[in-house]
Design a protein around this ligand. Structure first.
Ligand code: COA
Length: 208
């Protein structure tokens, strides 16, 4: 059985999970199970699977982190360390995106339709590059970063772990954004942003 033929399990059941399932189906995957978080809706289109079954079959499942909220993603990962350390989390790339062949990308990252990732970029683990986003050449994205739809990173941009860039934001060339930064929707970032800051606007400024 090839890796692609092993069943896929989605962690999450909200809008982001629906989009990830759509991506999987676009790549020809149709053996999909859904693990819904406690007190969250169920993704009824797919077969349900329990945490015990997942743990018992860790090496024969493809696991996908499909939780849209960055906060919830991080807490879910912390609460399920064994699964995240030992499970198989493939990188998912929509067939209608363009990704430069020299991309270095970590496990569990997802690149949605119409995204463009230029040459000499590095993307960490569990990163979401949303629909229609552009990552230009020589950019470096840390772990657990989430880029909203239609984000543009010009060349040589650097984004630290756990940061979130809102829909439609544009980051100027050579800008460095620290860890755990939030960039508001439709912002234009033209100065470096240090870690643990929240910025928005044209140009983006810190929200106190
Ligand atoms: C920047 C952001 C994180 C701030 O959230 P928040 O701390 O809850 O702040 P609020 O929504 O209370 O907004 C505070 C003020 O900033 C303004 N504001 C918020 N986001 C803004 C933005 N991106 N651009 C301009 N103004 C913004 C609000 O209108 C409000 O103004 P007011 O005080 O005059 O009424 C949030 O607004 C945002 O942009 N989130 C990104 C959403 C997104 O892209 N989701 C992607 C889904 S895939």
């Amino acid at each position: 059985m090839t890796t692609q033929n092993m069943p896929f399990v989605l962690f999450g059941s909200g809008g982001h999970a629906v989009s990830v399932a759509d991506l999987l189906e676009a790549t020809g995957v149709n053996d999909i199970y859904a693990f819904s978080l406690p007190n969250h809706e169920n993704l009824t289109k797919y077969k349900a699977i329990s945490g015990e079954t997942i743990e018992a079959n860790l090496r024969s499942l493809n696991l996908v982190l499909a939780i849209g909220s960055l906060e919830l993603r991080k807490s879910f990962m912390q609460q399920n360390l064994k699964i995240f350390q030992q499970g198989r989390f493939p990188t998912l790339i929509h067939p209608k995106s363009y990704v430069s062949p020299d991309l270095k990308i970590g496990k569990g990252s997802t690149i949605f339709a119409n995204a463009y990732v230029g040459p000499s970029c590095i993307i960490g683990d569990f990163v979401v590059v949303n629909t229609n986003s552009v990552i230009e050449h020589n950019s470096i994205i840390g772990d657990t970063v989430m880029l909203g739809p239609s984000v543009t990173l010009c060349g040589n941009v650097n984004i630290g772990d756990d940061s979130f860039v809102g829909v439609g934001a544009c980051i100027s060339p050579k800008i460095k954004i620290g860890k755990n930064v939030t960039v508001g929707a439709c912002s234009f970032v033209n100065t470096d942003v240090s870690s643990n800051r929240k910025v928005y606007g044209l140009p983006a400024r810190e929200i106190k």
